[in-house]
Design a binder for this molecule. Structure first.
Ligand SMILES: [Zn+2]
Ligand SMILES: [Zn+2]
Ligand SMILES: [Zn+2]
Length: 378
């Protein structure tokens, strides 16, 4: 029942063909204003390729990365510096995780609810908020880390997910990184946040519903099937290794949005083998180097993992993945805004996901700061 109503909803968009559903090929799709379906969130994104027929005229300004030093005496995440409430960040050597000094959620919150006629509804939400510094170095971002250093970060994520999952009341662990002032990062010291709470947040809940629905209908995994198709078509795959692939999803909303998918069907970081943890570090470094190279800047983004809910048994239908949502559009200084039609109707993009993937492929995997300087006159 649920699936057929879903199909009805999908076909509603075809009503203007008055019953005639005309198939088009991919080249025709790329020449036509169209909408694409996101099967994870079950929503649409408008794509207007005709508006992108103009050449790449956007002003491409190079913004030099701030020459951050390895230690900043005023940074509360640098080793040995003071934090809020007279706390001290210790002399850490690898990664360092601590409870957020200004947590959005509190673990001691009691189970209370508010309900006024079913219209004004609120629930107390207990949770834990932590901060994890990737490295003692103030200037060492993910794309500039060695594979060994990245392995340390991934081991830290696994440790956090596993220990939080052991708390019986925790249902979901969200690991995410806000990089750059544009994304509201409050401190440039490379770090991520870990929020764990008692209920499933909106987006993972919707994705889980889609993964379960697909499993029930097709007896297969939505993201395994999607990845297989992307690898076959090879139109949006940016890079891959033996365990992971980074693709610009067919339904991407942000100009250079990407989705990192595990090739093996697994639900959480803790199920990765040692080799796969190394390969996760490899793919994260490669996609972020490409991002930095795109406009030769420290590319801002919000990224995070979607993992199976904790305390739900096996949750076999869940498929581990990471989303990157970067806001930049045409240069280091031109960003995409979600305004107007996007706030009121649906998200929209001009640059096609295929073109975005191509630009990321062309961006290469040698970090622009590591390239040999060009000689004058040569
Ligand atoms: Zn710092
Ligand atoms: Zn899968
Ligand atoms: Zn997701």
């Amino acid at each position: 029942m649920k699936r057929s109503s879903e199909r009805n909803r999908i076909t509603q968009g075809r009503q203007h063909f008055q019953g005639l559903i005309v198939n088009m090929n991919f080249d025709e799709l790329l020449r036509t204003p169209h909408k694409r379906f996101n099967p994870l969130l079950r929503e649409w994104v408008l794509v207007s390729p005709q508006r992108n027929d103009r050449p790449w005229l956007g002003k491409v300004e190079k913004v030099q990365s701030p020459s951050a030093s390895a230690f900043d005496p005023s940074c509360y995440l640098c080793p040995g510096n003071k934090r809020a409430g007279k706390k001290l960040t210790p002399q850490y050597k690898k990664t360092y995780t601590f409870d957020n000094d200004y947590p959005a959620l509190l673990s001691g919150t009691a189970a209370l609810q508010f309900d006024e006629a079913g219209l004004l509804v609120g629930q107390a939400e207990p949770g834990v908020c932590r901060v994890m510094c990737f490295s003692p170095r103030h200037d060492l971002t993910i794309p500039r880390m060695s594979l060994q250093e990245l392995r340390g970060v991934i081991d830290g994520w696994v440790e956090q997910y596993s220990s939080l999952a052991q708390m019986s009341w925790i249902r979901h662990v969200q690991i995410f990184e806000n990089r750059g002032e544009l994304m509201g990062a409050s401190n440039p010291h490379p770090h991520c946040q870990i929020w764990a709470n008692a209920s499933l947040p909106n987006l993972p809940a919707r994705e889980w519903g889609s993964l379960r629905g697909y499993q029930e209908e097709k007896h297969s995994c939505l993201l395994c099937d999607y990845l297989k198709l992307e690898l076959q078509l090879n139109a949006r795959v940016v890079c891959q290794n033996d365990a992971f692939a980074a693709v610009v999803p067919f339904w991407a909303v942000w100009p250079f949005e990407s989705l990192v998918l595990s090739k093996r069907h697994l639900g959480s970081l803790e199920q990765l083998s040692g080799k796969e943890r190394d390969l996760l570090g490899d793919i994260l470094r490669r996609i972020t180097v490409r991002y930095d190279n795109l406009f030769e800047t420290a590319f801002p983004y919000s990224m995070g993992f979607h993992q199976r809910p904790t305390g739900c048994g096996a949750c076999e239908e869940w498929h581990l993945h990471a989303h990157y949502f970067p806001p930049l559009l045409r240069s280091a200084t031109i960003q995409k805004f979600m305004v107007g039609y996007e706030l009121l109707g649906s998200p929209q993009r001009d640059l096609t996901p295929e073109r975005a993937a191509l630009l990321l492929i062309e961006a290469g995997e040698t970090h622009y700061l590591d390239r040999a300087p060009e000689k004058d006159g040569s």
